[in-house]
Design a protein around this ligand. Structure first.
Ligand SMILES: [Zn+2]
Length: 410
């Protein structure tokens, strides 16, 4: 237990001192940025199936396992980019579907690209638009060519195809580009999942061809196949034959439940090349993230910490805390006494409760900051634990703290 306490202390210190956590940063790093012109991935340590590593890009390193905050419309809602960085994020995610409709990829390119436009100079991963066009757009028509659809904003007509998705992500200046794929709505029959996966693999080849040769930029393939093991294997084989800079496990976190998701993650990451980053798209809650890292996932993204921050939900070591609850209204204690974020350092539960109830903007700002800080602390804790070969103890402690629940009301 002494080692676990040490790991927690180290992780907390890393949170306090941002990236100055001694002994973690690569030795070649200068002024917080390692100079490289290439995209590469190095596994630095393993613990069971979990890996600790670093993705090097010309825009800076990404420490893995990494959590990527979601900046849907060229902003992580309620946060300035410097604040997002201060939580410990090395990379953000941007949404192709939203940005192509408003303000448009061509406009962003004309203004110098997405990094300059949103004032974030570190790596950005963009999704392909495939998932959101199927969940948000109306009048969709899916063909071999791609998807025709009407904008959910103004009804205007658009087309997304592998070629158009690659063009948009290039216009945005994305560092990590995702293949255009199709994710079938669940529940679906095995035949439907198989046909959809086969289409996604043909689109993966077209994405690869359209992406071309772009040094310093990466293209990730996306494994599909639902919860069917042999379809996951077929998909992985097709992607490996094409060859990508990284591989995503797609088609999960779409309502199948944690048990089914972990069931797939028990075998799916092992089907993907060992020497490339593995990205689980759209995940998730803290316990989903911990379980995914244990199963060999290196990257994740989710709107949960920022979205729940705007609805008054705080995530802490002790689980989820509803700050709208009246039991906080006279409570002078911080949301989490061990957290070093501005919301916990400078404000009481009573204040957070008040500004959330009063719909004050600072309520969203403070809780989003806290939640993103908590997520990044969790990632740092796992990176330190994997490096020390102590992930199992870290995970046991993580579950024990959550089982205790939130502190008792005063
Ligand atoms: Zn906090």
């Amino acid at each position: 237990m002494r080692l676990v306490a040490h790991l927690y202390r180290e992780a907390g210190r890393a949170g306090q001192e941002g990236l100055a956590f001694a002994g973690f940063l690569p030795k070649r790093r200068k002024k917080g940025r390692r100079m490289t012109t290439k995209f590469s991935f190095d596994v630095l340590a393993r613990d069971g199936r979990a890996r600790k590593g670093v993705i090097s890009t010309p825009r800076g390193d990404i420490r893995t396992p990494a959590f990527m905050p979601v900046g849907t419309a060229a902003t992580v809602k309620a946060m300035l980019p410097d604040s997002v960085r201060a939580t410990g994020a090395d990379i953000l995610l941007g949404n192709t579907y939203h940005l192509m409709l408003r303000p448009t990829a061509e406009r962003i390119a004309g203004l110098g690209g997405l990094h300059k436009f949103m004032n974030w100079d570190r790596p950005i991963l963009t999704d392909s638009g495939g998932f959101q066009v199927m969940s948000l757009a109306s009048l969709r028509k899916l063909t071999e060519e791609g998807v025709r659809f009407s904008s959910h904003i103004d009804g205007s007509k658009h087309m997304l195809s592998p070629e158009r998705s690659m063009e948009i992500q290039k216009l945005l200046g994305s560092d990590i580009v995702m293949c255009f794929d199709e994710c079938p709505a669940l529940p679906a029959t095995d035949a439907q999942v198989a046909a959809s996966m086969a289409l996604s693999m043909r689109w993966a080849q077209r994405s690869r061809d359209a992406f071309g040769d772009r040094p310093g930029h990466a293209l990730f393939g996306i494994q599909q196949g639902g919860v069917t093991q042999h379809l996951r294997e077929e998909s992985a084989a097709a992607l490996r034959a094409i060859g990508f800079d990284g591989y995503a496990v797609g088609g999960l976190a779409v309502g199948e439940g944690q048990e089914a998701m972990f069931g797939v993650l028990d075998y799916a990451p092992g089907m993907l090349p060992e020497d490339k980053p593995r990205y689980l798209m759209g995940v998730g809650k803290p316990d989903d993230i911990v379980g995914a890292v244990e199963r060999g996932i290196d990257m994740m993204d989710c709107v949960l910490p920022s979205r729940s921050g705007r609805t008054g939900q705080g995530w802490t070591r002790h689980g989820q805390v509803n700050m709208r609850n009246a039991r906080h209204k006279d409570d002078p204690r911080p949301l989490d006494a061990a957290c070093t974020c501005p919301a916990c350092r400078n404000y009481s539960r009573a204040y957070l409760h008040h500004v959330i109830k009063a719909d004050e903007i600072i309520g969203s700002m403070l809780l989003t900051w806290h939640n993103l800080h908590y997520y990044q602390d969790l990632m740092e804790g796992m990176r330190v634990a994997i490096g020390a070969g102590a992930l199992a103890a870290f995970v046991a402690n993580f579950h024990a703290a959550r089982a205790e629940g939130d502190i008792e009301p005063l």
